[in-house]
Design a protein around this ligand. Structure first.
Ligand code: GLP
Length: 241
């Protein structure tokens, strides 16, 4: 594991964009797994700016999201699909053929998870996996207590996660009880992993990562088993959504 501290939100975004920018040109038809949340907002803005300036080419990249709320269609502004369209896909004008997001409103969520794994496999697996960190140590929607030997699956969201998301919503909103998420197994199969740590109340989860030991209580520590894990940490609050 390589830990890179960033002193400001700007340095955090630039360092993360550099991590992507160094790897992207070396991969043919790159596949990206992307997170939602406040943490990656600066990174997305930086990638969009670099792409518009011709400094970064995403035209052959395929984009998948890490997770989604169960029951929400992509047209729901609270959905992670809507978030990714707003902050990444639409500004970059990525063609639909390069984008596969989890369908939270699928009739059969288990079947959707299997279809998602098939789409990932068909794309050649994840090259660059970008992760945020939950207050309770979750990555994507792999909550504490989730089995670590799963690919994409349906999870029951913890009350902690639901409370945080309801507080973060701009207006009164009730978080769905379930989510769909790439599993730890999928994440560990990615060729390169970037864990981004920013935001309040993450000290305990961050300490668990720093301890450098895989600990079932903290899902993020599952990534310590990966051969190419970079952690970028912001020492100041992230920009707000
Ligand atoms: C949610 C998402 C995660 C994300 C986490 C952190 O729970 N499911 O994928 O990493 O929140 O969010 P934030 O970056 O807003 O702290």
């Amino acid at each position: 594991m390589r830990i890179v501290p960033a002193a400001t939100p700007r340095a955090f975004a630039v360092t993360a964009a550099d991590w992507i920018g160094e790897r992207l040109p070396r991969i043919r038809n790159p596949v990206l797994a992307l997170p939602t949340g406040n943490t990656p907002l600066g990174l997305y803005a930086e990638l969009i700016a670099r792409s518009r300036a011709g400094k970064l080419r995403l035209d052959s990249a395929k984009v998948f999201n890490l997770d989604e709320y169960g029951g929400l269609p992509s047209s729901d502004p609270h959905s992670y699909a809507a978030f990714l369209h707003r902050h990444f896909i639409t500004p970059l004008a990525l063609p639909a053929a390069q984008v596969r997001l989890l369908r939270g409103d699928a009739q059969d969520l288990d079947a959707e998870c299997r279809a998602y794994d098939d789409a990932l496999a068909e794309a050649g697996g994840v090259d660059l996996c970008i992760l945020g960190l939950g207050v309770n140590g979750h990555i994507a929607f792999n909550e504490p207590g989730t089995a670590w030997d799963l690919r994409t699956h349906v999870v029951r969201l913890s009350q902690t996660t639901r409370d945080i998301h309801e507080r973060q919503a701009a207006t009164a909103w009730e978080s769905p009880e379930n989510g769909l998420t790439m599993g730890i197994k999928t994440l560990l199969e990615a060729r390169h992993i970037l864990l981004l740590i920013a935001g309040p109340n993450k000290q305990a989860a961050t300490q668990a990562v720093h301890a450098g030991k895989v600990d079932a209580a903290w899902p993020a520590t599952s990534m310590l088993a990966h051969a190419d894990l970079t952690v970028i940490e912001l020492c100041a609050p992230a920009a707000s959504r």
